[in-house]
Design a protein around this ligand. Structure first.
Ligand code: PMP
Ligand code: GLN
Length: 378
């Protein structure tokens, strides 16, 4: 048969997690916590199931959860979204992103991605029949380059995907950068898909600059977030989108035929759990401590650390440790040293190799320490 996605194999996260399991390596590759979520959350799921919340929820998500999401966004970012018309619960951010792209992108439309970018964006655009326009982030610093973004805008540009805090580089956009994007797009009809799944993981006292904070950006944006990251439940696959009503109407046309609805008991559990803001307000300190613990250990190796401003990732330059390319290094590290990592080249269309790999520090201290013990031998 012909293939819709000629350049796609199995995702790097699946490949590296399988190899880590096979080799009994410490898995700092795929991004997910190895510790439990708050027991109050799992108890709330059981309670919801026992209370009979086991049938289809309303198509956009249960009202209690949409209300809680709207309240959180308003409290943190100062924009009010109508929970009935402007918030939809999704099966994780992955479904939110492909649904947003299928809803907006018509065959032949151009969509700008900033490389390196999360691995689902490009295949999603291709499935929609769109043309991918790749604009590199500034090499080394991974900051947005607005001259290059401006140069990539054409009359056919339909949308731009942005992601802050950024996977894989762990950079966080500043308010000034968001304002620059806002100004650049002001004279255009370009939509923004703003992937904010790491919104609650921003370090060193900085604030997450949601697109919701910038009125003319918010008016053209579909915001995407995920409970998986925030509440340590990546396997639940529950996330959400927020967008102005007209955009959300288009999103829901696709959503209803894509998943229709998202599992009911988890929605009830999340709605009640969200009443307390402490878990997400405490998340920056929780992950900053893990970042620092991991970085202190890495400082005793020959890896050169890049700045981790947010997310739960730490990137390192491997050039003083090995002559291998990133992908071979990650294979070697998993097989021979017993620690799995992700090559940054997996986030580029042309496999660009800058000798940088990504570790995930969303792990028990004990897991990080045993990885560090192995890495110290390098
Ligand atoms: N976007 C980014 C930048 C991510 O890192 C991830 C998770 N790896 C996703 C989207 C997908 O999130 P979810 O697991 O909720 O589908
Ligand atoms: N987003 C996670 C990461 O970047 C992985 C999710 C996945 O496996 N698709 O590691």
């Amino acid at each position: 048969p012909g293939t819709r996605l000629p350049n796609v194999g199995t995702t790097i996260f699946t490949v590296m997690s399988a190899l880590a399991a096979e080799k009994n390596a410490v898995n700092l590759g795929q991004g997910f916590p190895d510790f439990h979520c708050d027991p109050a959350l799992t108890e709330a799921v059981t309670a919801a199931m026992q209370a009979g919340h086991n049938q289809y929820p309303p198509m956009p998500g249960i009202a209690a959860l949409r209300n809680a999401i709207a309240s959180k966004i308003e409290a943190l970012y100062g924009r009010s979204y109508d929970p009935n018309a402007e918030i939809t619960v999704t099966a994780g951010a992955t479904q939110a992103i492909i649904t947003a792209i299928l809803a907006l992108v018509r065959p032949g439309d151009e969509v700008i991605v900033l490389e390196p970018c999360y691995d689902s964006y490009v295949p999603n655009i291709e499935l929609a029949g769109g043309t991918v326009v790749r604009v590199p982030l500034v090499p080394g610093s991974f900051r947005p380059d607005f001259d290059r973004i401006a140069a990539a805008l054409t009359r056919r540009t339909r949308a731009i995907l942005i992601n802050t805090p950024h996977n894989p580089s762990a950079t966080v956009w500043t308010a000034e950068e968001m304002r620059q994007l806002e100004a650049l797009l002001a004279p255009t009809d370009v939509f923004v898909i703003s992937d904010e799944v790491y919104e609650h993981m921003v370090f060193d006292g900085a604030a997450h600059q949601s697109a919701a904070r910038f009125p003319s950006l918010a008016a053209r944006s579909i915001l995407v977030s995920s409970f998986g990251k925030t509440y340590h439940v990546t396997g639940w696959k529950v996330g959400y989108v927020a967008a102005p009503a007209a955009l959300m109407a288009e999103f829901r046309k696709v959503h209803q035929f894509n998943v229709f609805t998202v599992n009911t008991p988890m929605q009830h559990a999340l709605a009640s759990y969200m009443a307390n803001p402490a878990p997400y307000l405490e998340l920056p300190a929780f992950y900053q401590r893990k970042r620092d613990l991991f970085a202190q250990g890495l400082a005793r190796t020959r890896f050169k650390l890049l700045r981790s401003e947010g997310t739960y990732f730490q990137c390192v330059d491997i050039s003083a440790v090995s002559d291998l390319n990133e992908a071979d290094f990650c294979q070697w590290l998993t097989r021979e040293v017993g620690v799995a990592a992700i090559p940054l080249s997996a986030f580029y269309g042309n496999g660009f190799d800058q000798r940088v790999v990504r570790f995930c520090f969303a792990k028990k201290d004990q897991t990080l320490l045993s990885a560090l013990e192995r890495l110290a031998r390098l």
